[in-house]
Ligand binder design. Structure first.
Ligand SMILES: NC(=O)c1ccc[n+]([C@@H]2O[C@H](COP(=O)([O-])OP(=O)(O)OC[C@H]3O[C@@H](n4cnc5c(N)ncnc54)[C@H](OP(=O)(O)O)[C@@H]3O)[C@@H](O)[C@H]2O)c1
Length: 261
């Protein structure tokens, strides 16, 4: 299979690349840090295609897809994984900060999909699918977290786009899958903290976390047999479903994260 992964230079994307490469997939590795991608490719044997890409730039997303098609003639799965978090109360953010996170997390996802789907439509089906779009959203797509409001909104936007596209593209044999990790041990926390506007959420005791490898393995399950959603930590799906039905319960659970005024 030919699999394009954005955000392959670290965390979940890198772990996914390692697992998929070991399983024999042909990869196209994208992110801004070319040195990291080249180091990963060398570690994996050097046979994958590295395309330094800033997904916040539309022309770079288009170029990524073009180079993948030029090299392999098809894209079986596009994994839209690039993204970052931003810690701040919503009302204290500047418009530029708000715009920047939407540009990377939402427009970056859209621009890659927009470039890849016309190509997937032309491909011969394999295992019943011409192609698959997999979007790494988050558990917070279903419930906005305090101090992560803008980030949560980008993840909810990704989920909404995927829900619509799944129905729109089903007749064209293109699968659409969203991934909803809980807290995962990657560089995400450090990047979010470095972007922080000063205030941090309160410490939550007994927070359950997963490794990037566990998330990557669950994602591979969703690539081998495409399904609507992958929840690497299954209980979170039910807990967040409940929070959707009873928002006050969700509010109460989030109170522990409130910063003392
Ligand atoms: N870790 C968690 O707790 C968690 C939970 C739920 C969902 N997620 C989601 O999982 C995805 C991966 O995050 P992670 O946890 O693996 O974090 P990470 O270790 O910080 O990795 C983020 C990846 O995104 C790439 N990226 C960021 N901005 C980019 C841009 N403008 N253009 C291209 N690539 C960009 C980074 O590469 P460069 O810096 O080299 O460009 C890096 O490869 C994100 O979408 C995140 O929202 C994470």
């Amino acid at each position: 299979m030919v699999i394009v992964i954005t955000g392959a230079s670290a965390g979940i994307g890198r772990a996914l690349a390692e697992e998929l490469s070991a399983a024999g997939a042909q990869l196209v590795l994208a992110a801004r840090r070319a040195d990291r991608l080249n180091e990963l490719n060398a570690k994996l044997g050097g046979q994958h295609l590295v395309v330094p890409t800033d997904v916040a730039v539309q022309s770079e997303c288009q170029q990524l897809i073009e180079m993948a098609v030029q090299r392999h003639g098809r894209i079986d799965t596009l994994v839209c994984n690039s993204g970052y978090g931003f810690l701040s109360p919503v009302a204290d953010m500047t418009r530029q900060q708000f715009e920047a996170i939407f540009t990377t997390n939402v427009l970056g996802t859209f621009d890659c999909i927009n470039a890849a789907v016309p190509q997937m439509r032309k491909q011969e089906p394999r295992g019943g699918w011409r192609g698959q779009v997999m979007i790494v959203s988050s558990a917070v797509a279903r419930r906005g977290l305090p101090y992560f409001g803008a980030y949560s909104a980008t993840k909810a936007a990704q989920l909404s786009l995927a829900e619509a596209m799944r129905v729109e593209l089903a007749g064209q044999q293109i699968a659409v899958t969203t991934v909803h990790p809980i807290g995962t041990d990657t560089e995400f926390g450090d990047v979010s903290a470095s972007q922080s506007a000063g205030r941090r959420p309160g410490h939550v005791d007994r927070e359950i976390r997963q490794s990037a490898q566990v998330v990557a393995r669950r994602m591979i399950g969703g690539i081998v047999r495409p399904r609507p959603e992958v929840w690497p930590y299954r209980p979170s799906r039910w807990a967040l479903g409940l929070a959707t039905l009873f928002p006050r319960i969700g509010d109460r659970a989030c109170q522990a994260m409130r910063v003392q005024e």
